[in-house]
Ligand binder design. Structure first.
Ligand SMILES: Nc1nc2c(c(=O)[nH]1)N[C@H]1C(S)=C(S)[C@@H](COP(=O)(O)O)O[C@H]1N2
Ligand SMILES: [Mo]
Length: 194
């Protein structure tokens, strides 16, 4: 359970049948983005950073990529192993320059209802990815196109799909009910380490 421990990584032969939990966003913004294969999609990065930024999918794909074969475990009791490709969140945070007073990274979906947060240590962990690929393909619509966060040390719900914005903050009080995520509003824990 140390901050530096790594989630287990698997062999290609262990990749299993994926399962989708949650429908893609049902709004015009998402439909429009999908229709143009996300070329106008941007990921906003703001808050306690030296250089607030916005990234296209092409920008993210230009950065150093990382691939992992890891286990996604839903709190409801099912799981699967898949290969995920993306840019480490740490890389993108370092481009923007996280300010010293930062404590959490909060991230939001194009699906308005879904958002969650990580502490800075988890956000900078080498296995925490902004994933745009899954099992050697573009990230499918059901699994979070164009980009989702992949945090393999944490339960499924922390792995928010269809990202739209990331903000860096020193406290979680001003987001939603102040619990750091939608999940705790329904009785799940914010701290969802496996
Ligand atoms: N935007 C969004 N992100 C989401 C969800 C969702 O419904 N919408 N479901 C969460 C839950 S509960 C789980 S278990 C995982 C499932 O990811 P998968 O559908 O790619 O298997 O995504 C998480 N991220
Ligand atoms: Mo889940």
């Amino acid at each position: 359970m140390s901050y530096h421990s790594m989630a287990r990584e698997f062999d290609r032969s262990q990749i299993s049948k994926p399962r989708v939990n949650g429908d893609p966003p049902k709004n015009e913004t998402f439909e429009r983005l999908l229709a143009v294969r996300f070329v106008v999609w941007r990921l906003t990065l703001d808050g306690l950073v030296a250089r607030p930024s916005s990234f296209s999918l092409a920008d993210l794909k230009r950065y150093p990529s990382s691939t992992q074969i890891t286990h996604l475990a839903c709190e409801e009791g099912w799981s699967y192993i898949a290969e995920w490709t993306g840019v480490p969140l740490a890389y993108v945070l370092n481009l923007a320059g996280v300010l010293p007073q930062a404590k959490y990274v909060v991230y939001f979906s194009l699906d308005r209802g879904w958002w969650d947060s990580l502490d800075i240590a988890e956000a900078l962990h080498p296995q925490t990815l902004l994933a745009y690929g899954m099992n050697d393909q573009e990230l499918p619509k059901g699994h979070g196109a164009p980009v989702r966060i992949r945090v393999p040390r944490q339960l499924g719900y922390k792995n928010v799909k269809h990202l739209s914005r990331i903000t860096v903050t020193d406290n979680l009080k001003n987001f939603g009910k102040g619990l750091g995520s939608t999940a705790p509003e329904f009785g799940y824990s914010w701290y969802a380490w496996i």
